[in-house]
Design a protein around this ligand. Structure first.
Ligand SMILES: Cc1cc2nc3c(=O)[nH]c(=O)nc-3n(C[C@H](O)[C@H](O)[C@H](O)COP(=O)(O)OP(=O)(O)OC[C@H]3O[C@@H](n4cnc5c(N)ncnc54)[C@H](O)[C@@H]3O)c2cc1C
Ligand code: SF4
Ligand code: SF4
Length: 608
């Protein structure tokens, strides 16, 4: 099939692109303002393929300043968007460790002791220090709290009602079609294949969609972005070593909750100092809350699910959550390399927008607005080129899109953010100081630190628990968990002093129960496994196996001979395994032994 424009993924970046594009292609008298190159006399034919089973199944916070959204929708009425609320009270809280199980540096322990000693004079309650002052770059005043799922469904309905764009959910793109270094469209995923991708009953090969422009907006772990990075390389000095796993719950708060819609709480310090938390209150007593486990958290026990439960049980938060009920949950990785992770933004026949193009700003903690803005900038550029009847060459896209992006607030703020988190590579206290310095000086000052890939920084389990759990105890637990076919982190964390989670069947439940209840995970049969362990021999000799411990859906479990098993039915497509592998690929140390390919299924909730 031949079209004008094909988009990969329907996240905020594509939503910004399509909304801006669909507003303009038809003149008031009904004639096309810009013409299709494949069907002359018609408006451009635009298709968008989304891998998730419906629009709005993505995962995000979200609190946003909504600057770019308001440019696209100048009369934006948040009452039209389910679960939206204007930002109200904002707090940043430093959570002390009420249990004594987290790993805190000597500096942090000294700071904690000081806070506890002077708590009578400080804004401390329920083991949390409410920071009396926070820099303006952290504020979202005038912004919105959204549910990404609800917002995307709202936007999707608007875009499709224009009749100028078709969005196809449940349709993963398997690869970009590249001919002589020009992207000429995409190929959809084969259906009716076995787990290894071999033709089986009802085999239907993926269709080729040829397009003058391919818009790549498949997020931080998208297979098409990965393919282009492998084919064209990254610009000199760029890398994607900074990332985080974000996991969230959507919760019905107790009926007597004192929290008002619009409340924004950000936390750091607990359950481990490296883990950041968020708590946003929607209308009707619903809250989105969760944690980010960053790449610099040097623990082989990186499971976000268990850490999230300990975070929720912190006394400051638990008083609001006790009696609440889980509605939905999910996880997704965030590309946090920002400008430094920027790929080649354009080439002949393609352009990249959104988080996969390095737009997310780690200083301001904002990705949605930036992704939307880059999509809208590309749409303006595309309209300009279509009007001028100029082809989508690298040079034309450079002039029309990249120049727009470079001149915008997205770029200005990305420069300020570029080195802002480097300090975290050498500890949390240093990281916080570096971030404050960068924020207050617009990036002129910061603290240094080299981001490393996980396989270079994750210590062995024995090293990590030295002095807390003996190697003999670790070996015993390891054998027990292997026999039960389960991950190790729960048993190890409890051995190291973390209490068992008091399951209540409502809000606190086992990972398996959450998968069945709140996550609503599904996998359509007839597709290949999208997670693959590339070199089994590397897995066989891998001691840490962080892929099993980090898996957000318990879809990766211990397997025979040391090679893990992957269960597509449980995979929530968070992409965490792409980063969380302890072994580099022999021929590309920037990549790990796990391939994360195009796939269907995953979460079935539009509340996240
Ligand atoms: C837990 C969490 C909390 C967050 N909180 C906030 C917040 O409070 N504020 C904020 O501004 N940002 C927040 N973010 C970041 C924000 O979600 C991202 O920056 C934003 O979603 C990026 O948008 P995007 O369109 O570039 O990519 P994505 O949202 O990742 O969208 C990419 C889309 O492409 C689809 N796709 C991938 N591969 C394929 C394929 N092969 N074929 C077809 N489709 C494909 C995906 O399914 C997805 O729908 C948070 C993120 C997480 C995970
Ligand atoms: S996928 Fe990576 S972390 Fe998992 S067992 Fe294999 S080498 Fe180890
Ligand atoms: S296997 Fe699926 S659920 Fe597990 S980490 Fe990978 S993408 Fe996430």
């Amino acid at each position: 099939m031949d079209v004008d424009i094909v988009c990969v993924g329907f996240g905020p970046a594509t939503a910004g692109f399509l909304t801006t594009l669909s507003k303009q292609p038809v003149n008031a008298d009904g004639t096309p303002a810009v013409e299709s190159t494949t069907t002359p006399g018609m408006p451009p034919q635009v298709l968008c393929y989304e891998r998730a089973d419906d629009i709005g199944f993505g995962v995000s916070g979200v609190v946003t300043k909504a600057r770019a959204l308001r440019v696209t929708f100048p009369d934006l009425d948040q009452a039209q968007i389910p679960m939206a609320a204007p930002v109200g009270e904002e707090k940043v809280l430093y959570l002390l460790d009420p249990i004594g199980a987290s790993r805190r540096s000597a500096t942090l322990r000294a700071a904690d002791a000081m806070i506890r000693t002077f708590k009578w004079a400080l804004p401390v309650e329920h083991d949390a220090l409410n920071l009396p002052w926070t820099p303006s770059f952290l504020h979202k005043e005038g912004g919105l709290i959204l549910s990404m799922g609800q917002f995307m469904q709202w936007v999707g309905a608007q875009v499709q009602s224009t009749g100028t764009v078709q969005i196809w959910p449940g349709t993963p793109v398997s690869q970009a079609l590249i001919e002589k270094n020009k992207v000429v469209g995409v190929r959809l995923l084969d259906q009716g294949v076995d787990k290894k991708g071999q033709p089986a009953d009802g085999f239907t090969p993926g269709m080729d969609i040829r397009a003058a422009l391919t818009v790549v907006a498949d997020g931080p772990v998208g297979p098409i972005g990965q393919q282009l990075d492998a084919h064209f390389g990254l610009p000199e000095g760029h890398h994607t070593r900074d990332w985080a796993v974000g996991m969230k719950f959507v919760v019905d708060l107790p009926e007597d909750t004192p929290l008002k819609p619009g409340t924004v709480l950000h936390t750091f310090g607990f359950p481990e100092p490296e883990i950041f938390g968020f708590f946003y209150v929607h209308p009707d007593r619903v809250a989105s809350l969760g944690i980010f486990v960053p790449s610099w958290f040097d623990s082989p026990m990186r499971t976000a699910y268990r850490q999230l439960q300990h975070w929720m049980l912190h006394p400051y938060l638990w008083r609001y959550l006790k009696g609440g009920k889980l509605r939905s949950w999910g996880a997704k990785t965030l590309g946090e390399s920002g400008r430094r992770g920027e790929p080649h933004l354009v080439g002949d026949g393609y352009a990249r927008v959104g988080e996969g193009s390095g737009s997310t700003n780690v200083l301001t903690g904002s990705g949605v607005d930036e992704a939307w803005a880059t999509g809208a900038q590309l749409a303006e550029a595309v309209l300009e080129l279509l009007k001028a009847r100029k082809p989508f060459t690298k040079q034309n896209l450079d002039e029309a899109y990249v120049n727009r992006r470079r001149a915008s607030w997205v770029e200005k703020e990305a420069i300020a953010a570029e080195k802002s988190r480097d300090g975290f590579q050498k500890g949390v206290v240093r990281g916080m100081i570096g971030m404050a310095l960068a924020g207050l000086t617009n990036g002129k000052l910061s603290l240094s630190g080299d981001p490393l890939p996980p396989w270079k920084r994750i210590p062995s389990i024995e090293e990590y628990y030295r002095g807390r759990v003996s190697p003999e105890e670790i070996a015993k637990l390891h054998a027990e968990c292997q026999a039960r076919n389960s991950s190790l982190h729960g048993a190890l964390m409890e051995k190291a002093g973390w209490p068992a989670i008091p399951y209540d069947g409502q809000l606190l439940m086992s990972h398996q129960d959450a998968l069945l209840m709140g996550g609503k995970v599904q996998a359509t049969p007839g597709y290949a496994d999208h997670v693959e362990f590339l070199n089994p021999e590397l897995c066989e000799k891998c001691g840490v196996k962080i892929c099993i411990e980090a898996c957000s859906g318990q879809a990766i479990t211990p397997g025979n001979g040391g090679v893990p098993n992957f269960d597509r039915e449980k995979c929530i497509h968070c992409g965490a395994c792409l980063w969380n592998c302890a072994q580099p690929l022999p021929d590309n140390p920037e990549r790990t032994n796990i391939a994360f390919r195009a796939g269907t299924g995953g979460l079935h909730s539009a509340e996240n």
